[in-house]
Design a protein around this ligand. Sequence first.
Ligand SMILES: NC(=O)c1ccc[n+]([C@@H]2O[C@H](COP(=O)([O-])OP(=O)(O)OC[C@H]3O[C@@H](n4cnc5c(N)ncnc54)[C@H](OP(=O)(O)O)[C@@H]3O)[C@@H](O)[C@H]2O)c1
Length: 159
Amino acid sequence: MKLKDKVAIVTGATSGIGEASAKLFASEGVKVVVVGRNEERGNNVVNNIKDDGEEAFFVKVDMNNRDDMDELFEKTIDKYDKIDILFNNAGMAISGPLEDFKYKDFDNVIHTNLTAPFQMSKKAMPYLLKTKGTILNTASISGVVTHSNGMDTTLQKLL
Ligand SMILES: NC(=O)c1ccc[n+]([C@@H]2O[C@H](COP(=O)([O-])OP(=O)(O)OC[C@H]3O[C@@H](n4cnc5c(N)ncnc54)[C@H](OP(=O)(O)O)[C@@H]3O)[C@@H](O)[C@H]2O)c1
């Protein structure tokens, strides 16, 4: 229980890798801030964690909205008074032939997967410096391996 009473913000915790990580953190005694857009799934994750006797709460955040991000940090500090871990995990992928890609979809992927983690990390830094905390980022094999009709392939065609 090396992580007992640490405070972790986990983005994209309403499903998949983020949900599993939030539950794993909680099982190690971490107080978890479950972050995502889907309130129903977010509250389910929180309830699962609380049913196991651990601590968590949900904050609805759209990674395209910096006011949402500010509110997330305010609510986290109000409730837990510190932040030890920021896990930038929220992300998305769109597949398809380059000719079908819409500019707005491309912009959305770049914003969600790249710009938002930068913004979140920057906003978290004052708190993480106080606790000597840490930032975790979910990456992808797509950063080093191309897939047919993946956005990585699309980028290569553009460059
Ligand atoms: N699964 C894989 O094989 C794989 C492989 C390589 C990389 N990854 C990366 O791993 C991370 C998690 O993947 P996953 O498979 O667990 O995906 P997932 O089940 O689809 O979960 C994605 C999470 O990101 C959140 N999210 C997406 N866009 C958001 C936005 N604009 N604002 C706030 N939250 C947003 C979603 O929350 P809401 O639905 O509540 O909005 C959801 O909780 C992603 O970054 C993904 O790119 C996954």
